[in-house]
Design a protein. Structure first.
Length: 181
């Protein structure tokens, strides 16, 4: 049932991201959702009963999500060339870097940011896709992939602790599952 809902969410992201041809409308549609998610997080935080805490501990707990199961390095089980680093940005926000180290000319990198969506129980993200191009002198240039200037998707956890990746555009994560390394 959860996978069905995630598929519905992925389809919704595709429609909202501009598949209809007007990219600005997709961006306007995403902004209220992100604001709603942030507002829900603030409402949820203010609705929780306050407990007496040590001032140092209280500050630390406020900056780390209550359930930060996403942060860390994740390795693909089926294809070890794929891995992702997820870092908490405070609250419910995350920075995610997904790397495919098996590309023929260099790494392919998705650099995205997102926030935890309680309804979908995952991190919905927006970002860009890049290719690391190795030059003759050995230096690496990170070049944006023009047709993927804005990518959307989601990472979510199953009950067994396995992380799954939904890439709305390339479907690169369709057959991958990730374990925390």
């Amino acid at each position: 049932m959860k996978k069905l809902w995630i598929c519905y969410f992925a389809a919704l992201c595709i429609v909202l991201s501009g598949c209809a041809g007007n990219r600005q409308e997709g961006q306007k549609s995403e902004t209220p959702e992100q604001e709603d998610t942030q507002q829900e997080a603030q409402d949820r935080t203010s609705a929780e009963p306050s407990q007496a805490k040590d001032p140092e501990t209280s500050a630390e707990l406020d900056s780390v999500p209550e359930d930060d199961r996403f942060s860390g390095r994740w390795q693909a089980v089926e294809t070890p060339q794929y891995y992702m680093d997820i870092a908490s940005g405070g609250g419910d926000s995350y920075t995610i870097e997904i790397i495919w180290a098996g590309a023929s000319q260099g790494n392919v990198v998705w650099q995205v940011t997102g926030s935890y969506d309680e309804t979908w129980e995952g991190v919905a993200y927006v970002g860009a896709k890049y290719e690391d191009v190795v030059k003759e002198d050995g230096t690496i240039d990170r070049v944006p992939v023009p047709e993927r200037e804005e990518v959307t998707g989601m990472v979510y956890l199953e009950d067994d602790g396995t992380l799954y990746w939904i890439d709305d555009f390339d479907h690169a994560g369709d057959d991958l599952s990730f374990e925390k390394g």
